[in-house]
Design a protein around this ligand. Sequence first.
Ligand code: UDP
Length: 420
Amino acid sequence: MLERVPLLHKELANYEDVVGAEVIDRIRALAAPLRGKRVLHLNATAYGGGVAELLATHVPLLVDLGLDAEWHVMEGSDEFFAVTKGMHNALQGAGIPWTHDMQRIYLERVLANATDLADGWDYVVIHDPQPAGILSFLEASPMARQLERAKWIWRCHIDLTAANPDVWGFLAPFISHYDASIWTMDDFIPDGFDRSGALIAPPTIDPLSVKNLELQTPFVDEICRQYGLDPHRPIVCQVSRYDPWKDPVGVIQAFRLVRDEVPGAQLLLAGSMATDDPEGFHYWQLTEEAAGGDPDIFLLSNIQQVGAVQINAFQRAAGVVIQKSLREGFGLTVSEGLWKGRPVVGGRAGGITLQIDDGVNGYLVDSVEECAARTIELLQNPGPAGGMGDSGREKVRQEFVSTRELEDYLRLFSDLDASR
Ligand code: UDP
């Protein structure tokens, strides 16, 4: 059996204050015919990164609605995760050689996971490329009959607009076996992919999670002090894995320009090391080199016990939240910043463009210089930044709160049932 992730207890009723009774009633009505259905979400890691963040709320809410939902994590290995990270980078546009050896490592590990998968599901949701080949292996195995009842959904969290054709060419035949697929943006669906079962449903954040719930200013200030930051000096903050697409080095370059204009400014980069991301440590080192021991730059990770409550505090303490990604599936950190009423300066990439209305709740930027200029503007004029914060929070309430995604999934399950 694959590892089952223990779930938190969550109640849909608690979200009524955020999204209103009508939304809650609609979700309950959609879920009623699905009570008792067995749902499996399978991904590559229980910790670190956006998918784990999403599932930690989504699966408990399915359970609260009476579905028999579980979250399992596939079993990888250093070698496998090195291959799937290469795959991930290639799918986001990097030119990597996609060798036979890499394909073999991928297929062998996916096969091993397929044989360990529990059965008896009504819906199986497979997240991202790491476990995507599982369905094809099961179809070819003696377990195939047990699959007849299940509807299979592939959830793609990656920006595939410039996908490396070799890697997508390898993956696409596996995906074509699924009953449905979910994408963050229409633009991410590669040309030639059969769109008939494709649903567009961007990710969401949980306003009631420890990461996003309201915190009082003295508490926020105290957490900043514990990490050596001065809460009375301006703080800019990027929360993200140490990964080339998140461009932490570009953020440091932008920060140096910011500090020339806003003396006393501090930069906080917080990034957890995910278990399926073997490059993390390498990029941490590159980022550390770029920071060059600058006392105004704070590099933190989960290794220094930066957990959800600290991330929450840092995002609240920031005068400007930055997410300067060069390529981005969605970027939960953008909605997290907007929800906390912070203006967000984000790279004009993928899902960030869904969340930032340029000039309304933050700015979209295309370069280090632009990132610096917009950050300076916001730090020097906190009045407009405050107004942006209000519209950012409202944007998230309307479009990117967990209940919206829950509703999307329930609708999809019902539609798939209708087609049985
Ligand atoms: N995150 C965290 N601690 C860190 C870095 C990131 O808790 O040190 C969280 C972050 O708050 C967000 C998620 O991990 O909830 C990252 O999701 P996002 O969609 O921004 O990026 P991904 O890592 O999935 O590419």
